[in-house]
Design a protein around this ligand. Structure first.
Ligand SMILES: Nc1nc2c(ncn2[C@@H]2O[C@H](COP(=O)(O)OP(=O)(O)O)[C@@H](O)[C@H]2O)c(=O)[nH]1
Ligand SMILES: [Mg+2]
Length: 367
């Protein structure tokens, strides 16, 4: 990095909803800080107006800025402005930016504009795409029947754009399956580095930090693909976000409360419909975050006590294949039920629900 002058190293970490981008960003930031004495700042991104990822990365102790209400590509000036603010705030060695999980043509509309327009300000690393091992075979299967619930064109396209592929959740598949996935991706992207990893044991994370600590820059020529099919897939999704003030009557077990929310969502929608649901509850003393991806429910972190005894805040993000209005009704009834069950008051402070609309990139570079 030293030969890059004053340019801040910059990584765009793409990949589908729930693939493991935020988890990887935080793990990379920790390893870079602890093993390499490098500081990392993070930029998050969402269509909605509140984002669990931002709370989570802040709680993990990193400088964070967010671009809300649209993709980095459509809000490119905000994106660059946030990157500059992070540089002014803390002079980070590396900025990691996580676009929305449904973002497409990132190479043409985010990575190439950044590396072309600001070559002295940002040293843009190869576009790194996180692919969930558990979903990979389904995404890559050819000639399969498309149903109302299939959203595969977007993740398959995201893989084609990659200059480095990170296979997340390698702990959840066996070695033979992992090899099949690597062979299939290798056939699509000959010569592209594919790195299997896991948040459980951080295997191969040094290969990703090694790339970041090198001078390797993004250089792939963008060959954008038509957004029509992608727009159709995006329109199948309901996007629900809300924030609440949480006031418990007695200390409430946050773990049990969030698990109840997730179980009810999973019961209402089948695994194929749940792209990613995430909830974070936090107070001055404690925080707990949990995710549901397809049928897999996971605690992503509990800081401090798992009991909430004073006022707190809850942020809820659900990305589900569902008409938005139905999703809103479901989420309202679930939060009402949980409030009653756990004897707490949940005062909704904000709420939004919609299907993502097609976006117009500020810049679009192609061969
Ligand atoms: N078992 C396992 N779970 C993971 C791994 N990486 C991420 N996850 C879980 O997958 C869920 C979604 O992760 P997140 O980073 O929020 O995905 P994002 O939407 O791509 O940012 C969370 O519950 C994570 O804890 C991994 O390597 N192994
Ligand atoms: Mg995320």
């Amino acid at each position: 990095m030293s030969s890059e002058g004053n340019a801040t190293r910059f990584l765009v970490l793409g990949g589908f909803l729930g693939a493991g981008k935020t988890t990887l960003a935080v793990n990379l930031a920790r390893v870079l800080r602890e093993a390499h004495d490098k500081s990392v700042a993070i930029i998050t991104n969402d269509q909605g107006d509140v984002l669990v990822d931002t709370e989570f990365t802040k709680d993990a102790g990193f400088d964070v800025k967010e671009v809300l209400g649209g993709c980095f590509c459509a809000k490119f000036d905000d994106f660059v402005c946030n990157a500059r603010t992070l540089v002014d705030m803390g002079r980070p060695d590396i900025i990691i930016a996580e676009p929305i999980g449904t973002s497409t043509n990132i190479l043409a509309s985010v990575v190439t504009p950044l590396r072309t327009l600001y070559p002295d300000e940002f040293s843009v690393a190869p576009l790194t795409v996180v692919v969930d091992c558990v979903r990979a075979q389904d995404i890559l299967r050819e000639n399969k029947e498309r149903t109302q619930e299939s959203v595969d064109l977007i993740p398959a396209h995201q893989i084609r754009e990659a200059e480095m592929v990170v296979l997340s959740k390698a702990d959840r598949v066996d070695d033979a399956t992992l090899k099949e996935i690597m062979d299939a991706i290798g056939a699509i992207l000959p010569g592209t580095e594919i790195v299997p990893t896991s948040s459980m044991d951080l295997r191969n994370i040094d290969r990703i930090t090694g790339m970041l600590l090198s001078d390797r820059r993004s250089e792939k020529l963008p060959s954008p693909e038509s957004n029509r099919g992608f727009a159709f897939e995006k329109a199948k999704l309901g996007w629900y976000s809300s924030t609440f003030l949480v006031t418990p009557q007695d200390p409430v077990d946050m773990y049990v409360m969030i698990t109840d929310i997730m179980k009810m969502v999973a019961k209402e929608y089948g695994p194929k419909s749940v792209a990613h649901v995430k909830v974070i509850v936090s107070s001055e003393e404690a925080a707990a975050k949990m995710s549901l991806v397809e049928e897999s429910m996971q605690v992503d972190g509990i800081y401090g006590s798992r009991y909430l005894s004073g006022p707190g805040k809850m942020v809820l993000n659900a990305r589900v294949i569902s008409p938005p209005r139905h999703l809103q009704e479901v989420m309202r009834s679930i939060t009402d039920h949980v409030a009653q069950e756990h004897k707490l008051s949940l005062d909704r402070e904000s709420e939004s629900c919609f299907s993502p609309q097609p976006e117009s990139p500020s810049h679009f570079f192609f061969e």
